[in-house]
Design a binder for this molecule. Structure first.
Ligand code: ADP
Length: 464
């Protein structure tokens, strides 16, 4: 890619350079040719006066003085001077050979002297009257090249100098262009090469890999996206490891307890009475809840969870959830405020999943609220949506934890989670259920003061 980038930039530079040199050359040729024609015409206009003053000051047609005059005319020009009776007095020539001899080696070999030719294709003839104070002195017939050519040594050297500087500027621009395109292609490609290497390393499991971000352009954005992705993978990997350790712990605790009880029964240390069997049953229930949470989350995450939509009276559903949690809430002496809607609200939803959703939210409110705290549940009805708010006066969630609580296995306070039996799956499952119902969930929390979870559910979910 780097070579291709370099070559394409180079080709663009070359084309631009050639085009600009060509147009400069064209404009220059035109302007210079116009200048030469103009000079010739002016010299011819002044010729009669110059011839007559030469005659008057010398008293005769002095060949030397006339030679000087003819040399100011274009090369190749021939003047035939006749007296008024038509008798040829003199023939003056500004020969081309002189110039050819003088100009050899004056940059003409550069191949840039377009339009500078020694062979004159077209000629013009002009007849001029040379007048003196006493009337007509002579008649000059001037035969000169029709198109202005750069034949004069001074002009040739001027043109050569122009072309030389044009060529120099061109070469310099080309050199700078090559260096620039080499530098640009290197600058563009090396971060991509670094990124490719980093991607390979991440693929091999080195999730610590990060690339430096030196620009804010598309490549910089790609590098930022890569770093974010690697960070995310690292975090997920950490959460996965953490989760495995937590699950192992969560499984081992009740299992160890059950085994101890059974060993005690076998040794006759404890009686397998109702009280002890209830304790074992509680531990088994905990294991069942954990495994069903895990199964549900897994099914929801792989997209296999198919909600069974039916009309649901949201008040009745919340009533059932509150009822199932009421003994726990009462035990903790929590003040529960359940503000029921004035009229029945029916939405389309999956009864089992929505029960799980609100069970998890209210159970969390209960888990993270100290005894004698408060929990309030409110419903707001609108045309298309229903909004359910679960607020508690519990421990709250810190600002750093807030963005992550809906991620699976995330628990703000790991030590407390052991106490409360949390696995960090509840809210991840809530999130999945909300998505299946095309709803939204938000949370506001102040550490030490409590949290409020707001669920918005469309009334007609699953009907489109
Ligand atoms: P867990 O089983 O640990 O409760 P969740 O996914 O339900 O897992 O919640 C994730 C984390 O969010 C919890 O560990 C807890 O730190 C925090 N959290 C959830 N709900 C509340 C709440 N009502 N008050 C305070 N913290 C909460």
């Amino acid at each position: 890619m780097r070579r291709r980038l370099f070559l394409s930039t180079l080709v663009i530079i070359l084309i631009t350079l050639l085009l600009s040199m060509f147009s400069v050359n064209l404009v220059f040729q035109r302007q210079f040719s116009y200048y030469l024609t103009h000079t010739t015409e002016t010299a011819l206009d002044q010729l009669p006066d110059r011839l007559s003053s030469s005659y008057l000051s010398n008293g005769c047609w002095d060949p030397q003085a006339l030679d000087d005059i003819v040399h100011t005319l274009p090369l190749g020009t021939e003047i035939v001077l006749k007296d008024p009776s038509g008798k040829t007095l003199l023939t003056l020539v500004n020969p081309m050979e002189t110039m050819m001899h003088n100009s050899s080696g004056m940059g003409m070999g550069m191949g840039m002297n377009m339009g500078m030719s020694y062979s004159v294709q077209e000629w013009k003839t002009k007849t001029l009257n040379v007048n003196g104070p006493q009337g007509l002195l002579a008649i000059a017939t001037v035969h000169y090249p029709a198109s202005a050519r750069i034949l004069n040594p001074a002009d040739v050297s001027f043109v050569s100098a122009i072309y030389r500087s044009l060529l120099l500027a061109g070469s310099l621009a080309l050199l700078i262009g090559i260096l620039l395109s080499y530098w640009t292609s290197r600058r563009l490609v090396s971060p991509l090469q670094r990124l490719t290497k980093a991607v390979h390393r991440v693929g091999q499991g080195h999730l610590d890999e990060q690339v430096p971000i030196s620009t804010k352009d598309e490549v910089g954005q790609l590098a930022t996206a890569f770093n974010d992705m690697a960070n995310n993978l690292k975090k997920q990997e950490y959460l996965r490891k953490q989760f495995t350790a937590d699950i192992a712990h969560e499984l081992r605790t009740p299992l160890t307890s059950i085994r101890s009880y059974i060993e005690a029964f076998q040794d006759g240390v404890l009686q397998a009475d109702a009280e002890n069997l209830t304790i074992i049953n509680e531990e088994i229930k905990r294991l069942v809840t954990l495994s069903s949470d895990l199964k549900d989350l897994n099914v929801a995450e792989i997209g296999a969870l198919k909600p069974n939509f039916s009309p649901i009276n949201i008040e009745e559903l919340l009533d059932k959830v509150v009822y199932s949690l009421y003994p726990l809430i009462q035990e903790k002496e929590i003040d529960l405020e359940w503000e029921k809607p004035k009229e029945p609200i029916v939405i389309q939803g999956d009864e089992h999943l929505l029960t799980r959703l609100f069970y998890n939210l209210i159970h969390n409110a209960y888990k993270y609220t100290q005894s004698k705290g408060q929990i309030s549940i409110r419903i707001d009805n609108s045309t298309h949506n229903v909004r359910i708010r679960v607020r508690d006066s519990g421990i709250g969630i810190s600002e750093e934890d807030l963005p992550y609580i809906f991620e699976r296995f995330y628990r703000a306070d790991k030590s407390r989670a052991r106490e409360t039996g949390g696995t960090g799956i509840g809210l991840a499952l809530v999130q999945q259920i909300i998505q299946l119902h095309q709803g939204m969930i938000g949370v506001e929390s102040n550490p030490g003061q409590g949290s409020e979870f707001t669920v918005i559910l469309p009334k007609k979910a699953g009907t489109v």
